[in-house]
Structure formats: structure tokens, C-alpha cells
Design a protein around this ligand. Structure first.
Ligand SMILES: [Zn+2]
Length: 295
């Protein structure tokens, strides 16, 4: 009995510490997920959760794992308290303690990386405006960045499965393959929001703004790129989105399932050659997409 009381006290204490951890934020009520958001970001949080919750159900069915995560939708001032200390405002990210962090407001990072409509070919401008125009008549990437919460959810699934991602670029690519597959299969009307910005960026990003471009660089300088070169990091992610689209278009749902299964079946770090062979056998679309990276 005494043991039970101690146990109960501990439970209460844990619960208290947990709720105190986000006591500057509002908790979303009436949902089974753990969701906290900044004042006046409730509507955005509901919109973002809508996709995340549907994606969670979808991935759980396909991958048979249950992730533990806490979705945080943050204003710039709350970001300073609850996000990764080295992540600039607007860059969505996942932390090992399960925090899945996204911005609640349009911001400098998104604006700076919005393709310059005055310098682009007419066809691309038309596509951008048709996809992302906001009520002020500006190209606004909010609808794209909101979808990235599902990419971060992909990291939570990889962690729950105990997956060794083999390479940083492959873990990131897998998250984008998961995101693209989910949107294509379950919410295809959002495909333009997900694909137009990365496609235009990859086609026309000013190369002088890129310090790193190869997959090898991404591996070696991952922390430097992610924390000190966010625009360069964004360019890599755009390329991973484009590659993920190519993988889905030629391999469908099977490509995601096969890549997931292949990575899960190896608990040791593979050599480059072993990894290439694994990707080849997992799905031809994967090998092809990686080979295309250098072209
Ligand atoms: Zn990621």
C-alpha cells in the first residue's frame, strides 16, 4: 500500500513537472494528442494538427509503430523558450525528447527563401502565385511550412521504431518520402502546396548562396549546415522534397514501405557500398533518385 502511495505521488509529480514545462503555452483540449500553442495561435495549431493527426493514423497502419510526441506551435517569443536554442525562428524541427516544433507566424526565414517573383520565368511565377497567394496578394509560404509538421512526425516514427537511419540525408529523405506519400494518398489537393515551392527553389536558387551541395557534405557538415547555414539547409530539404516526389511518382506507396523495411532490418551502420546495394534492392526508384542527385 505504502509502495502504491509512493508510486502515486511520483506519478502526480511527473504530471506536474510535465504540465509546468509548457506553462507559458495553451494546451489544446478535446484531442488525444499532446498539443501546446502560443496565445492567439489556436486556429493555426488546429489546422496543423489536422494533418498531423491524420498522418499519424495513416503511418501507424502502414508501419505498425506508435510514436510519442508533443506538438508545439510557437510565436517568436515562445520559440526562444521552447524550441531548440540553435534553431532560427521558422525552421521546423524535432527534438529527441519528442518535441515537434513549428512556427505560428510568417517570418523572415520563410520570406527570405521565397523565390523572387520579379526574377523568375513567367511560368514559375504563375505557379507560385496560383499556389501560395495570400489575402494581401503576396506569395506566402505558410501552407508549405505547415505541412512540414508531418515531416517532423516522420522523425518521431523513426525513433519509435528504433531505426538506425544510416545517414542524416537518408533520415531526412525518408521523412519527406513519408510526407509526400501521405499527402499524395490521403490529401492530394495539397500536392501543389507541398511541391511547387521546392521545385521552383531547386530550379533557380542562387548558387552563390550555397556553401554545401553534395550528399557527402550534408553528412560531414550536418550540424554546421542545420544550425549555422539555415538557407543552405532549406535548399537541401527542397531537394529532398523533389527527390521524394520522384520516388513516389515512380515507386508509389511500395517505395516508402520498402525503404522503411530496409532501414529497419539493419541495426549496424553500413558502408557506402552496402548502403547503395540496400537502396537498390529496396526499390529501383530510390537508387535512381539518388543517382540523379549529381546530375
Ligand atoms: Zn528532418
Amino acid at each position: 500500500m505504502k509502495k502504491n502511495i509512493v508510486f502515486l505521488t511520483l506519478l502526480l509529480l511527473t504530471k506536474m513537472v510535465f504540465s509546468q514545462a509548457y506553462n507559458g503555452l495553451q494546451k489544446m483540449n478535446g484531442v488525444s494528442q499532446k498539443v501546446y500553442f502560443s496565445a492567439s495561435a489556436g486556429e493555426r495549431a488546429r489546422k496543423i494538427l489536422d494533418n498531423v493527426a491524420k498522418a499519424e493514423i495513416y503511418f501507424e497502419k502502414k508501419l505498425k509503430v506508435h510514436p510519442d510526441y508533443t506538438l508545439l506551435v510557437l510565436s517568436p517569443s515562445d520559440w526562444k523558450i521552447y524550441a531548440h536554442p540553435n534553431a532560427i525562428y521558422g525552421i521546423p524541427h524535432y527534438l529527441q525528447d519528442g518535441r515537434l516544433v513549428v512556427a505560428s507566424e510568417n517570418n523572415d526565414f520563410w520570406k527570405r527563401n521565397t523565390p523572387p517573383v520579379d526574377k523568375l520565368p513567367e511560368a514559375q511565377v504563375r505557379k507560385l502565385r496560383a499556389t501560395y497567394l495570400d489575402k494581401n496578394g503576396q506569395v506566402n509560404l505558410t501552407d508549405f511550412f505547415d505541412l512540414l509538421a508531418v515531416h517532423e512526425l516522420g522523425h518521431a516514427f523513426q525513433k519509435a521504431a528504433g531505426m538506425l537511419g544510416q545517414r542524416n540525408w537518408l533520415s531526412e529523405l525518408l521523412c519527406n518520402v513519408m510526407l509526400h506519400t501521405f499527402i499524395a494518398e490521403k490529401n492530394p489537393r495539397l500536392i501543389p502546396s507541398l511541391t511547387v515551392f521546392p521545385q521552383v527553389t531547386v530550379a533557380g536558387f542562387p548558387l552563390e548562396r550555397l556553401k554545401y551541395t553534395s550528399l557527402e557534405d550534408f553528412e560531414i557538415y550536418y550540424n554546421d549546415i542545420a544550425q549555422k547555414n539555415p538557407d543552405n539547409y532549406g535548399w537541401y530539404q527542397c531537394r529532398f522534397h523533389v527527390v521524394a516526389g520522384q520516388i513516389y511518382d515512380s515507386g508509389g506507396l511500395a517505395a516508402m514501405n520498402n525503404l522503411w523495411g530496409a532501414l529497419l532490418s539493419h541495426k549496424q551502420k553500413l558502408s557506402d557500398l552496402e548502403l547503395i546495394n540496400l537502396l537498390k534492392t529496396a526499390h529501383p526508384a530510390l537508387d535512381q533518385a539518388i543517382a540523379n542527385w549529381k546530375k
